[in-house]
Design a protein. Structure first.
Length: 80
């Protein structure tokens, strides 16, 4: 998944073949994708209710957003 995403990001941004940024951004997205699904699974197994799980995951994503740089958050954003 991460390699495929890196390829799409490189294509969408017109990155040169030696540009590592698409791969790095795809890796970050893959990391928090995995983190979110693991958190959901952990909370389901623990008997969490859907609303509580959703709230916890939103808080987790808020923390992830705080860790990411503006460069990562604004990478490959399409115009509206």
């Amino acid at each position: 998944m991460t390699d495929a995403l890196a390829t799409v990001l490189a294509e969408e941004t017109g990155a040169s073949p030696d540009d590592q940024l698409p791969r790095l951004v795809a890796g970050q997205i893959g990391w928090f994708h995995s983190l979110v699904y693991a958190e959901i699974g952990r909370r389901i197994v623990a008997g969490g209710k859907p609303d509580a799980i959703a709230e916890a995951v939103l808080q987790l994503l808020g923390l992830v957003e705080e860790l990411l740089s503006e460069q990562a958050l604004g990478y490959a954003v399409r115009g509206r």
